[in-house]
Design a protein around this ligand. Structure first.
Ligand code: PBG
Length: 328
């Protein structure tokens, strides 16, 4: 036998030399759920190990993550029902607790990368990412709201805006609004290929942001989020986001869409991000808690596979755990 691939697996030293990709905490983004108030740290039942924090607790959490080598954080707000309305106006109120928290976090940790969430759903009484009217999600009307939200976020100090809403034209709308307001340095990590997925459940629990059950409100997000059957369509979205000025192209979810991550990586020059979403993390946690899988090996293998498929940056609820175990 002339060729024996096992020779390159004989020792840890050889395996290390032959290793094709390496995952380090610099690639990871830690999501942080924020609530109003002080002293709050409540675990999310459907996503064990993840918490909703008030800003004082979030500052502690981020400080600990930083000492583990994590530099990237994406913030999501759980908005009290009394602040919600049809147009998500609380989202661009400069005194809202989300923007206040962002200011405090950037003040204390100026060198981290702070990523926002641009979409109506946390602020909307209807629980949709855009304005709902006559049973439809209005595209162009929603863009104006996203622009106000995005500029307010840039003003609060976010480094990257994260439009997660899937309205057509939103990257250009945000880019133009940011530039007009003088925020030429604020970037856009676009949720380019975001699928209408069943794996967002724990996230919607965490934020209380699911579409509400009512006759004139669509029950799902299929008229704006992508059909899970489609890969080529992701390339249309990627081309548009590139032309519209995105700085990162994201695929979401990650594990069920590794082929889409690879296709985007091959097609585009921009860095690719992947969102390893709440349901994907929850499944693994559940299996580990049942004793069916080993977290210490299954968790890093999962993240590594997303990186190998072509994601440069990975948003994952396991970022802190990974950095704790495998950061330097
Ligand atoms: C909504 C948004 C969702 C997630 C991030 N932003 C849910 C949705 O589209 O309904 C899901 C993230 C996760 O599941 O971890 N703008």
């Amino acid at each position: 036998m002339l060729r024996r691939p096992r020779r390159n697996r004989r020792s840890a030293a050889i395996r290390g030399m032959a290793q094709e990709v390496q995952l380090t905490p610099q690639h990871l983004v830690q999501p942080v759920f924020l609530v109003e108030g002080t002293g709050v740290r409540e675990e999310i039942p459907s996503l064990p190990g993840s918490y909703r924090f008030s800003v004082d607790e979030a500052l502690k959490e981020i400080g600990e993550c930083r000492s583990l080598g994590l530099n990237n954080f994406i913030l999501f707000p759980k908005i009290p029902a009394q602040h919600k309305d049809k147009r998500g106006t609380y989202g661009w109120n400069p005194d809202n607790f989300y923007l206040q928290a962002a200011r405090r976090i950037k003040e204390q940790y100026p060198d981290i990368c702070l990523i926002s969430d641009v979409a109506l759903d946390p602020y909307s009484v209807d629980g949709h990412d855009g304005i709902v009217h006559g049973g439809e999600i209005l595209n162009d009307e929603t863009l104006h709201v996203l622009q106000k939200m995005g500029v307010a976020q840039a003003e609060a100090g976010f480094d990257l805006l994260g439009p997660s809403d899937m309205m057509d034209g939103r990257v250009e709308a945000l880019r133009v609004a940011l530039d007009e307001a003088g925020h030429t340095g604020t970037g856009i990590m676009s949720y380019t290929a975001k699928y209408a997925s069943a794996f967002y459940g724990p996230f919607r629990d965490a934020l209380d942001s699911a579409p509400v059950d009512s006759e004139d409100i669509p029950k799902d997000k299929k008229t704006y989020q992508m059909n899970p059957a489609n890969r080529r369509e992701a390339l249309i979205e990627g081309e548009l986001d590139t032309l519209e000025g995105a700085d990162f192209l994201m695929v979401k979810p990650a594990l069920n869409y590794l082929d889409v991550i690879l296709a985007m990586k091959q097609q585009f020059e921009l860095p690719i991000a992947a969102y390893h979403v709440s349901g994907e993390c929850a499944m693994l946690i559940a299996a580990c808690r049942n004793g069916w899988l080993d977290y210490e090996t299954a968790m890093p293998e999962t993240l590594l596979s997303i990186h190998r498929a072509g994601a440069d940056a990975i948003i994952t609820y396991f970022a802190r755990d990974f950095a704790e175990r495998f950061g330097q």
